[in-house]
Design a protein around this ligand. Structure first.
Ligand code: 6GU
Length: 246
């Protein structure tokens, strides 16, 4: 997969050199190119923003640098990339969208600062390619760069060969499989005693059936406590009598 990011803060994207995403790049599984939007300005101050038409607070990113940047990056490539526009007004980012994006061969991210980008930019490129306007949650950030880090990591770990083994996705919170729709429960490792705390006996029992049951109960309890909205969305046919008693 190829990913381009256009930003006025290229250094904000340096975490893409580290850890899972950095390793995927080093292994040639992911080609990430970060561009400085100001490279496509022509005035001595490299201006990227201006005051909003109609008045109001803050500044709006000018369309011309974005248009020149996107035209140059996209070129005449066929098929063209999908555009991912981070904005608090976008569709909520979730695992389903991460999976969809991970199937695209090429994504271009356009994180904005200020009050966002002149609307004509999205309208223009939406005529030629798929545009996803995406929010990472119900809070306001100063810009789209942190959301790009979030989305690229969520997408990169789904690419073939990036994670150690294909099993690693199966029990993810929000993945399919036996724990579909539930949050993950607690996990433990050695030592068997830490301070005055031990390990739940069932995990040391060797009874795989009881361990699976316990894990499911823990997942149900945690989901009910932290995400009652997810409990409400579980298909009743996916619950057994023991689940219902929780
Ligand atoms: Cl994608 N951008 C900004 N600026 N704030 C956000 C966001 C995006 N998602 C949640 N809050």
């Amino acid at each position: 997969m190829r990913i381009d990011v256009v930003t006025i803060f290229p250094e904000y994207l340096e975490p893409l050199n580290v850890s899972l995403v950095g390793k995927a790049r080093a292994r040639g599984l992911l080609d990430v190119r970060v561009h400085d939007l100001r490279a496509w300005t022509h005035d001595r101050h490299h201006t990227v923003d201006d005051t909003p038409y109609g008045g109001g607070p803050g500044m709006v990113m000018k369309p011309e640098p974005w248009g020149e940047a996107l035209d140059e990056i996209i070129g005449t490539a066929t098929p063209p990339p999908a555009l991912v526009v981070p904005t608090p007004s976008g569709r909520p980012f979730d695992q389903e969208l991460a999976v969809e994006l991970s199937r695209a061969p090429w994504l271009v991210f356009t994180p904005a600062r200020y009050e966002g980008i002149d609307r004509r930019v999205v309208d223009e490129y939406a005529e030629r390619l798929t545009v996803h306007e995406v929010s990472i949650g119900d809070y306001v950030l100063a810009g789209g760069e942190a959301p790009v880090l979030v989305m690229v990591e969520a997408v990169a770990r789904l690419l073939p060969g990036v994670l150690g083994n294909a099993e690693s996705h199966r029990d993810d919170s929000f993945a399919g499989g036996p724990m579909a729709g539930l949050l993950e429960g607690p996990v433990y490792t050695k030592p068997p005693q830490w301070r005055d705390r031990g390990i739940p006996d069932v995990l040391l029992s060797g009874h795989h059936g009881r361990i699976a049951r316990w894990r499911r109960d823990q997942a149900l309890a945690r989901t009910a406590a932290n995400r009652p909205d997810l409990i409400a969305r579980i298909d009743p046919a996916a619950l057994d009598a023991h689940d219902r008693a929780e």
